[in-house]
Every structure is written in C-alpha cells, then in structure tokens.
Design a protein around this ligand. Structure first.
Ligand code: PXG
Length: 453
C-alpha cells in the first residue's frame, strides 16, 4: 500500500471511527497502525511489516490466521443459509451440530448451550439465568452475585458490573445493584511476604466472609475467570480454586466460570475448569470457540441449572437476533473439528506449553523483570525498577506502554496491563516461533530498560 493511501485511510479512520476502549482524542493525535493481513501466527501492517501476533488477535485467533477449513466452512454456510433465527420453535443444522459438539468437549455435566454473540452478552445472560434459576427454586431473594476486583467480564452494563475495574465502572454509575466484589488472587501485587498457598486460602476465604455478611439466602452465585486475562494474567495460587469450590458447595450457591479466555485449549485442557479441577454450574465462552473468526459466544449450562429451566417451563425472556448465527456456528464446528483431529489441546499440554514455560520463565533473569509467570499458553512479566525489592517504576514513566511500543518495534505484539507485559500466542505456534517470541521480548525488555534510564 502506498504511503498516500495509508495516510488517507488513517485520516478517514480518525474522522469516522470511534475505536473501542480508546482515548479518541489521543488516537487522533497519535495515529493508528493499520493491519491488513494475517497468515499463521503473523499479522502484516499496511507497510507490509511482519509482526508475530503474541496476543492471538485479542486472545481469540487460537488456530492462527488463514485456516482454510474455517474459511471454507463460512463460505459454504453463507451460500446455504447465511441467517435464520432460533426463536419461534425454529432451529438450523449448524447451531444443533455445534451444541452437540460443545456437549462432547465440555466437562461431563454440561449438556446444553445458550448462544450469544459475545462474551459480554454471555455474562449478561448469566445474570439473568442465575436469577431465573433461583426464582424457579422458590428462592427469589437469592439475587446477589459475588465477583472479584480486577476481573473483566465484558463491557455491557451487566458485564462491566460483574467486572471489577473501578476506573471503568466510574463511567456510567456501575456496578448495577446486586453485584459485589471481593479481593482477587494476585499474589505478586497483594501477597508478598506470604507463601502463595497461604495467600490463596486467605483471598478465597473472603468469599466465605462475604456470603456470611450478605446472608447466604441472598447470594445467587460466585463468578470468576479461572485465570484473569485482561486483569493481567493473574494466575491464582494452587490452593485458591479448591477453596472457592468448597465454599460454593457448602453455601449451595452457583459457581460460574468465565472461560472467554481460558476456554478451548488455552491452558492445555479444553476448559480452564478442567485445568483447575473445578466443577462450575455455568461456563461462559466466546472468542476462540470458532478460532476467533466470527462473533460468537454463549453459556454452557450445566445439568443443575438446565434441568431446572427446562422442567419448570415458562418462557426465558432472553436472546438475540443472532443467537446461534449459522455462519458463526458452522465456523465453530470447523474449528472444534480441526482441534480434535489435530490433537491441538493435547499438543499444547504435552509439548508447546512446557516448552513455552521453560523459555518464558527464563525471562525472569532480566534486570527489569520481577516475576515471569505462565500457565498453558498465557504468560505475564512483572516489570520492576528494583529487582531485589520488587519495586515498581514510577507511574509517570509508563513502563508498560514503553515496553509495548518497544515490542512492536521488534516485530512482536505483546500487550501491557499497567506494568505487566502479557502474551497469549496462537495455540498452533511452533517451538521455533516461541524462540522468536522470546528473543523479541528480550530485546524489547533491553530497549525498555535503556529508555527508563
Ligand atoms: N469475559 C472475559 C474473561 C473476557 O476476557 C469478555 C468476557 C467479554 O467478551 P467480548 O466478546 O464481549 O469482548 C472478555 C473479553 C484486553 C481485552 O484488553 C480483553 C477482552 C476484551 C477486550 C480487551 O485484554 N476480553
């Protein structure tokens, strides 16, 4: 693309396109990077620069770009039936086929699915679904949902209320009533000086205290991401999830796992719930269900809730025009089939994640890295000015952003969350490409250290 065309595009972008999660004024001043093409684990910008996509798009392009099977499935379905609804007693083969496939790959007690277009809508769906569940049980007071600080559950009113990011919630008077938050299991930030296992039990214990404070008869559910993604790849201590499970079981409240990021192989299991050996009642999914190629999300509904909804009868007044869109579902069927036939989840677990872990943890030796943690194919680095004391850089130095920019200069998409650098590469990444990722990340860290002075 010529420079003239590129600057024209950037100009039109600035004039007409309000980007999500962006400072629109700043974007107008700084300009945008135009991405035009993707192939395998690489994206290409308008100037033809190849960049290793260390974030799988936005945690979704798990099978890489340009997968023929997915493209052809979309093409075929667009020709056969691009759209039909699943309201009014109608249905169509792709939505049925995907529902069946999801029941096969999901943990045993999950036989049914409710479709949405996004993770945010799926989170809104669970707010309505858990309240409906408790209404059916004759316990309408069980309404409150307990979530965690620094959680991310989407950007709709419901999703953002479940999330735990106060700066975001300040816009729009959120959270809505009936949603409360407890502490997150972020050991590096909050647990220093304590053994991680002890810290895990301590923060999980907040759930028990919160339930007592609210009165168990008022609590509907607990929701959590097995690993917080957008919050900065917060990997909980081993003691955390078993304790959360115990508390939910004893209180009889529903456990909701938001697996928008951890679902579909990211941790080397089909679902993060399996990685942590927990048994949620509802699993929220989106993103990688169809390799991230088209919008699709939903809720896997465990038997406890599904049986209650079905047996009780009465309409569940909820759904979207594109719930179970046939093209999105057909691509998901193709994606899940590729994953099964190529053994992608097993390959991540047995080969790629262990290799990634060894190389990623090696970055802990870098002078500005205070911790290098990872699980499956997600990783985070905590950037610090003083390694021994694990002191953060002054906020004004914007070390995360500096490192993000340095990383792009090196030809690697590595995202920053505050002062943490995070990656979640496509599951199809090779060991040679992991070496490339690590080399580029190390060079970005070197550059960042120099720029911090
Ligand atoms: N739950 C989780 C756990 C997510 O990560 C959503 C819900 C919302 O999904 P939708 O499809 O409505 O976006 C997400 C989305 C980031 C980033 O900067 C992460 C997400 C979305 C946008 C940015 O890491 N995750």
């Amino acid at each position: 693309m010529s420079d003239a065309t590129l600057s024209e595009l950037q100009d039109l972008d600035r004039r007409h396109f309000l980007h999500p999660f962006s400072d629109h004024k700043q974007i107008g001043e700084r300009g945008t990077r135009v991405i035009t093409r993707g192939e395998g684990v690489y994206i290409y910008d308008a100037q033809g620069r190849q960049i290793l996509d260390g974030m799988s798009g936005l945690w979704c392009i798990n099978l890489g770009y340009g997968r023929r099977e997915l493209i052809e499935a979309a093409h075929r379905q667009l020709q056969t039936l691009p759209y039909y609804n699943s309201f009014f007693q109608c249905t169509h083969p792709p939505a049925i086929e995907l529902a069946t496939l999801l029941a096969e790959v999901a943990p045993g007690s999950f036989g049914r699915v409710f479709y949405t277009n996004s993770g945010s809508e799926a989170n809104d769906t669970i707010i309505r679904m858990v309240r409906r569940y408790w209404d059916i049980q004759g316990r309408p007071r069980r309404k409150t949902i307990i979530s965690r600080r620094n959680a991310y559950h989407g950007s709709t009113i419901g999703g953002m209320s479940l999330g735990g990011m106060p700066v975001q919630q300040a816009q729009g008077d959120l959270p809505i009533p009936g949603i409360v938050h407890i502490e997150q299991p972020y050991w590096f930030e909050l647990g220093q000086g304590m053994h991680p296992d002890e810290f895990g039990l301590k923060v999980a214990g907040e759930l028990e205290r919160k339930i007592d404070e609210l009165g168990v008869d008022n609590v509907a559910a607990f929701i959590g991401e097995p690993i917080q993604g957008a919050g900065g790849v917060i990997i909980p201590p081993d003691t955390y999830w078993p304790e959360i499970q115990r508390i939910c079981d004893e209180a009889g409240i529903l456990l909701v796992a938001d697996e928008v990021i951890t679902g579909f192989g990211r941790l080397g299991e089909w679902f993060g719930s399996q990685y942590y050996d927990i048994e949620p009642d509802l699993i929220i999914f989106a993103k990688a269900v169809n390799g991230g190629y088209l919008p699709l999300g939903g809720v896997l509904v465990g038997d406890r809730v599904a049986d209650a909804l079905v047996d009780a009868g009465g309409e569940f007044h909820h759904g979207f025009t594109h719930s179970g869109n046939p093209v999105s579902c057909a691509v998901a069927v193709a994606a899940l089939t590729v994953m099964r036939e190529e053994g992608i989840v097993e390959r991540v677990r047995e080969e790629i994640a262990p290799y990634f872990a060894e190389r990623w943890r090696g970055l802990a030796e870098h002078p500005i890295v205070g911790e290098a943690r990872c699980a499956g194919l997600v990783g985070a680095l905590e950037l610090v000015s003083d390694k021994a004391r694990r002191t953060r850089f002054p906020a004004a130095k914007a070390v995360g952003e500096t490192c993000r920019d340095a990383s792009i200069e090196q030809g690697l998409v590595m995202r920053h969350v505050r002062d943490s650098m995070i990656v979640a590469p496509p599951l199809v990444i090779t060991t040679a490409q992991i070496d490339e990722l690590i080399d580029k990340a190390r060079r970005a860290l070197d550059l960042t250290a120099r720029r911090m002075g």
